[in-house]
Design a protein. Structure first.
Length: 283
């Protein structure tokens, strides 16, 4: 007999949560448990900070909706079109760029702009790729080194001429360690929703976050957030974990993430997500 009533929706972060530590693979056991719940009528949605184009769609459980860029880009798999896109106003993007420009060059930080479903980099990133990308996960390095990113000559020129379709500013790697004051300075403008977990700095339009995106998806499927179970491990997952009826922090999360969640499960590398689902809904 099942311990709890089935949730209407399972929402999951990707890196450090659904994926194993290679940032690409979902374990066979985790996939089996999720698919079993999908077959029982439970919706599944990935809610990630990744740019949509960098999500390995073939590796994640079958879904109607996929949320990327922390909620800025919501994709409808059935129609093959974005359901919602939330842009950063160009004037606000210019202000953030003025704050960041000198420091990212001085510290060789990687800066990316997410344009709709695309990842945009400066050409100078390719010249310093090995130096910059050794700080990032292999899947990220491979995406750029394989020529899958949109390359522009300079962000100055890009923001001036094309910057009206940017949905997220992303600084992966050791950006926060090199420029620890950046997040606070950008946040002071009042124009951005900021997250950082010590590894990434992320900026989206105000009020955009995974918790708000979860509520949006719930409305689409006729559910409430209280009828959802959500899994995450990073600071950009906190709003989602607090919004869901059952917010579950992974065992590999930092202590502040665990404190924000209602439950804590095993690590991503030890099938924490699947263990929680099985023990609470399938036994």
């Amino acid at each position: 007999m099942m311990k709890n009533r089935l949730p209407k929706l399972i929402a999951s972060d990707l890196d450090g949560t659904l994926f194993l530590n290679d940032h690409v693979t979902v374990s066979q056991y985790t996939m089996e448990v999720i698919n079993r719940m999908i077959d029982m009528g439970v919706e599944f949605v990935s809610i990630t900070g990744r740019c949509f184009d960098i999500i390995p769609l073939a590796e994640i459980p079958r879904s109607r909706y996929i949320v990327s860029s922390n909620g800025s880009y919501i994709y409808d798999v059935k129609t093959g079109k974005p359901l919602r896109t939330t842009y950063i106003p160009k004037d606000h993007l210019k202000i953030a760029w003025e704050i960041m420009r000198e420091r990212i060059y001085r510290h060789d930080c990687l800066l990316e702009l997410f344009e709709d479903n695309k990842l945009v980099i400066e050409r100078s990133t390719l010249k310093n790729l090995d130096k910059i990308m050794k700080r990032c996960a292999k899947f990220h390095y491979d995406f750029i080194s394989e020529g899958r990113a949109k390359v522009v000559e300079s962000f100055d020129e890009y923001i001036l001429n094309e910057g009206d379709r940017v949905i997220k500013i992303n600084m992966p790697g050791r950006s926060i360690e090199a420029c620890p004051e950046l997040s606070a300075e950008i946040e002071k403008t009042g124009f951005f929703s900021m997250t950082t977990d010590g590894f990434n700095l992320e900026a989206t339009a105000p009020l955009v976050n995974k918790g708000e995106a979860l509520n949006f998806i719930c409305e689409k499927i006729g559910a409430t957030a209280q009828e959802c179970v959500a899994f995450g491990d990073g600071s950009n997952d906190i709003e989602m974990l607090m919004t869901a009826g059952m917010g579950v922090a992974m065992g590999n999360s930092k202590e502040d993430i665990k404190a924000a969640a209602k439950f804590v499960t095993d690590t991503n590398s030890n099938d924490g997500l699947a263990k929680f689902l099985y023990n609470n809904f399938l036994i």
